[in-house]
Design a protein. Structure first.
Length: 284
């Protein structure tokens, strides 16, 4: 049996502040699982998914689209998902500067800001939404830029570097209004000159996944650990990854997004980047 596995994340934080904490988290995960984990910091989710497939990484923090892909290929399973303010899913939004375009049609020929190509809320789901509305996503925008963070998207829209951006938010189930987002304070008041002109979802939260080759006993132990986090481990998850409160997802938790990805692939359109289209060909 393999003696050491990587615990993989994608570097999206100031690593000078996060490195020591992540090393501590690996030690705590090792103690909980009874097998050793060491830090594995990838530059992209494609790289991290490949490391799971190659057997280098045994535990990883992944967004929903790579998670669905790995599950479809039976390369990994979800241990637990974070709940943020009690929610295990979120929405995507097209955002503009206050007073800007009001409809999706008015975005034609504008400059768009995305997070990165494998971001569900920051790229994939909004592009699939445009395609579903009949827009040609390959020719819709005059220019597209990737900021590699949700805060970068908001900054690009606020500064005028982009006319529209895609990012995450939470939506009230009854009113359909955005109630939590990175451009609002805790009371829902906008602190940036931003408006959402369309929302899409729900989208499953990111997940902690374990490679299929990790022993079953270790996977079960890790899930128990995540569901009862306290002390230093909870503090690190909160600081590094935005939540220390974990839940076991329902069996159909990914079904809406999984269906959308299958439909996008079946239509053969280019809302998805090439790597995602390739992965979905092996899905079920």
């Amino acid at each position: 049996m393999r003696e050491t596995w990587g615990f993989g994340i994608v570097r999206s934080i100031d690593w000078s502040d996060g490195k020591a904490s992540f090393e501590d988290l690996c030690e705590l995960a090792s103690a909980a699982a009874g097998i050793r984990f060491t830090p594995f910091v990838a530059s992209s989710y494609d790289e991290l998914s490949a490391a799971i497939q190659d057997g280098e990484v045994g535990l990883a923090w992944l967004p929903p689209v790579p998670t669905i892909d790995l599950q479809a290929r039976e390369l990994a399973s979800v241990l637990a998902i974070p709940a943020r303010r009690g929610a295990t899913s979120y929405h995507a939004a097209f955002i503009v500067r206050r007073g800007g375009p009001k409809t999706l049609a008015e975005l034609r020929g504008r400059r768009a800001a995305w997070v990165q190509r494998d971001s569900a809320a920051g790229y994939l789901v909004p592009r699939m939404h445009l395609a579903a509305q009949g827009f040609d996503v390959l020719r819709f925008f005059a220019r597209e830029l990737f900021t590699h963070s949700h805060s970068g998207v908001i900054d690009a829209v606020c500064s005028g570097d982009a006319d529209v951006g895609a990012t995450f938010c939470n939506v009230d189930a009854v009113s359909g209004k955005v109630i939590r987002s990175a451009w609002q304070d805790d009371n829902g008041t906008s602190i940036r000159p931003i408006e959402a002109i369309a929302t899409m979802g729900p989208i499953p939260n990111d997940a902690l996944v374990a490679a299929a080759d990790v022993p079953a006993a270790a996977r079960s132990a890790l899930t128990r650990w995540l569901l009862t986090l306290d002390g230093r481990a909870k503090e690190i998850f909160d600081a590094l990854l935005g939540s220390g409160d974990f839940r076991v997802p329902a069996t159909n938790h990914y079904e809406v997004l999984r269906h959308a990805l299958r439909a996008a692939h079946a239509r053969g359109h280019d809302a998805l980047p090439p790597s995602s289209r390739m992965r979905m060909r092996v899905g079920r």
